[in-house]
Design a protein around this ligand. Structure first.
Ligand code: MG
Length: 336
């Protein structure tokens, strides 16, 4: 098996502002694993606040011994091996895991979604995320979201009601909101949750600090709409801790260290009665198709990477009725 990789800067169509920061592009590491004439594609998306970089990814990859990956791949062993190289760094671990899943599908001549037990007919619609912006730009972004059946709005900078009212002045589509830990007062959060329900909001992501489970649990107990943990839920052991604190969890491949562990998180969440949102970072078609292979097992999907970026090096997958279409190509279905 042969591993090659190169850094890539994924550019956003608009500067993206959320409660804690703003950016115009996202550093990626794209990789290829070649074996028996097949190529598996992988991707690490390293948004700065997660602490990984193209340098840390390259350092990690320089320590990976590809002779450890023997087909058929034992993903339990593989994640133990990757975790033994260094703690943390879930995005670059995800890149390897995604490439191995793509490769496995190609070697077995089966689509990844089928190997993972997903039913394409159950694919949820994908939301289109709108960052914090001026009313003029917000209205422009709502127009760009026309192909989507749900819009996700970033809140948490103190202008929540104005933002929602601006969006409601131009569209009636259902909304998700993400406060990115930006809410501080319990009672005010609850009042906002009731107001958001009246505005057609279906769920609220990470309202309060991830380090304050008591306040998040307090709100979850009282909120009329589901409260979803995102920043507070990274890998498998965090799923158990989310029970009683949130109604559901946001699973992202770049937090979970890839598809194998994301699948385990989904199964665990179902066992615990937690709902699941399949989310993403700024990603190309590669990581989006990897997440889409698992999305039919989730309640909601927020896989808008290819819709928000402008230099995707891969072909954008088919998108119909607000949903990604899972095809019958072997592997993830990535094409150039
Ligand atoms: Mg979020």
């Amino acid at each position: 098996m042969q591993l090659t990789y190169h850094p890539f800067e994924l550019e956003l169509k608009h500067p993206f502002t959320i409660a804690k920061f703003s950016r115009t592009s996202t550093p990626l590491m794209l990789l290829e694993l070649k074996h028996e004439g097949y190529t598996g594609y992988g991707e690490a998306s390293m948004v700065p606040y997660m602490g990984e970089s193209q340098q840390s990814a390259a350092d990690f990859l320089s320590k990976v011994d590809v002779s450890q990956f023997k087909y058929p791949f034992d993903f339990v062993e593989i994640i133990h091996y990757l975790d033994s190289i260094a703690p943390g760094q879930p995005a670059i671990k995800a890149a390897i895991d995604i490439a191995l899943h793509d490769l496995e599908g190609k070697l077995k001549q089966q689509p990844c979604w089928k190997l993972l037990g997903s039913d394409p007919a159950l694919m949820p619609v994908t939301s289109f995320t709108i960052g914090i912006d001026t009313p003029e730009v917000l209205i422009q972004k709502v127009k760009e979201a026309e192909a989507c059946k749900v819009i996700k709005v970033k809140l948490g900078r103190g202008s929540d009601k104005e933002l929602i009212s601006t969006i409601r002045s131009v569209t009636n589509v259902p909304l998700y909101v993400d406060a990115n830990q930006g809410w501080t007062d319990r009672q005010q959060s609850l009042e906002t949750a009731y107001w958001l329900q009246e505005q057609g909001v279906l769920l609220i992501e990470q309202p309060m600090l991830k380090t304050d489970p008591d306040s998040n649990a307090w709100l979850t107990e009282r909120s009329p709409i589901p409260i979803i943990g995102d920043e507070s839920v990274q890998r498998l052991p965090d799923v158990e801790k989310a029970k009683g604190v949130y109604h559901g969890i946001n699973v992202k491949l770049m937090k979970s260290a890839g598809m194998y562990e994301a699948h385990q998180m989904i199964l665990k969440a179902k066992q615990l009665g937690l709902k699941i949102l399949m989310g993403c970072m700024s990603e190309t078609s590669c990581a989006t198709l990897a997440a889409a292979a698992l999305a039919p097992q989730c309640n909601w999907a927020d896989l808008d990477g290819p819709l928000l970026t402008k230099n995707n090096p891969f072909k954008i997958p088919d998108f119909e009725d607000g949903k990604w279409v899972l095809g019958n190509d072997a592997g993830l279905g990535i094409s150039h």
